[in-house]
Design a protein around this ligand. Structure first.
Ligand code: CIR
Length: 260
């Protein structure tokens, strides 16, 4: 049976988003009102893909808390609450509304990464029952070990990927289903990805390596014509969403939701 997502979880950005962590301050701070509108468009795009969008309210104590992806790994069999590597993000996973929502979906199949493990699931790419997990400044070996132990209990396969230059694994490589992989920069020649149908993302559109497949549609960031065309060429329906304000703080399309 082919994969089908039924649910997504998003968190509306708070005004604190202006202080989100960034590797590139020269891009300036996100403009809050614009970020909000872009988030609304993101939610509309997801809804068009046939998922139920479960919305959590803004939380101003955590500037990066709209980047839900990093707080849990959600699979068809279980979910695992992460333990973010970034200090200012560590306690996003303690938020009660988030925990309540995840346990309403997963009950006894909800697990959790514990200290000294750190994992940010922006580092985890799901390919069927195989999970590629990047080793980065945010996801350490102990976090990987715990993830592997839990996922293997559910019959999943786990592969570690060294990451040297990117923030997260999925900053540079994203699976679109049907063996198609958007791939950029340091990952292009990594033998771990040799058997995929690789769509190599040109340097000038590197940000668009982070697209999301949702039930046969691919959501692509607006402003990257080569990737839009390449994805359409693969036969997917494309929805464009402008994420300019999130880009300023290293956020992309995948970061903004949990999909399961
Ligand atoms: C951070 O540095 O944690 C945020 N400003 C961006 C998080 C991006 N998340 C992701 O790629 N999954």
């Amino acid at each position: 049976m082919s994969k089908h997502f039924k649910n997504v979880i998003v968190r509306i950005p708070g005004t604190g988003i202006c202080d989100g962590i960034t590797s590139n301050p020269s891009l300036g701070q996100p403009i809050y009102e614009k970020a909000l509108v872009q988030h609304e468009h993101y939610v509309e795009a997801l809804a068009k893909c046939g998922v139920k969008v479960n919305v959590l309210p803004p939380n101003n104590n955590f500037p990066d808390s709209c980047f839900m992806e990093d707080t849990a790994l959600c699979t068809d069999k279980c979910a695992i609450i992460s333990r973010p590597g970034a200090d200012t993000r560590r306690d996003e996973t303690q938020l009660e509304d988030f925990r309540k929502m995840l346990s309403s979906f997963y009950g006894t199949t909800l697990h959790e990464i514990t200290a000294p493990g750190t994992v940010e699931p922006g580092d985890i790419m799901m390919v069927g029952d195989t999970f590629f997990i990047g080793k980065t400044a945010r996801t350490n070996d102990e976090g990987f070990r715990q993830m592997k132990e839990i996922l293997e209990k559910y019959g999943k396969t786990v592969i570690q990927v060294p990451v040297h230059e990117m923030l997260h694994l999925k900053t540079g490589v994203n699976y679109l289903e049907d063996n198609n992989l958007l791939i950029s920069g340091e990952f292009i020649n990594n033998p771990l990805f040799a058997t995929f149908n690789k769509i190599v993302v040109p340097e000038e559109e590197a940000y668009a390596a982070n697209c999301i497949w949702v039930n046969g549609t691919v959501i692509v960031p607006a402003g990257y014509p080569k990737i839009k065309e390449a994805v359409e060429h693969l036969g997917y329906k494309v929805i464009l969403v402008d994420t300019s304000e999130y880009r300023k703080i290293d956020g992309g399309l995948s970061c903004l939701s949990l999909r399961f």
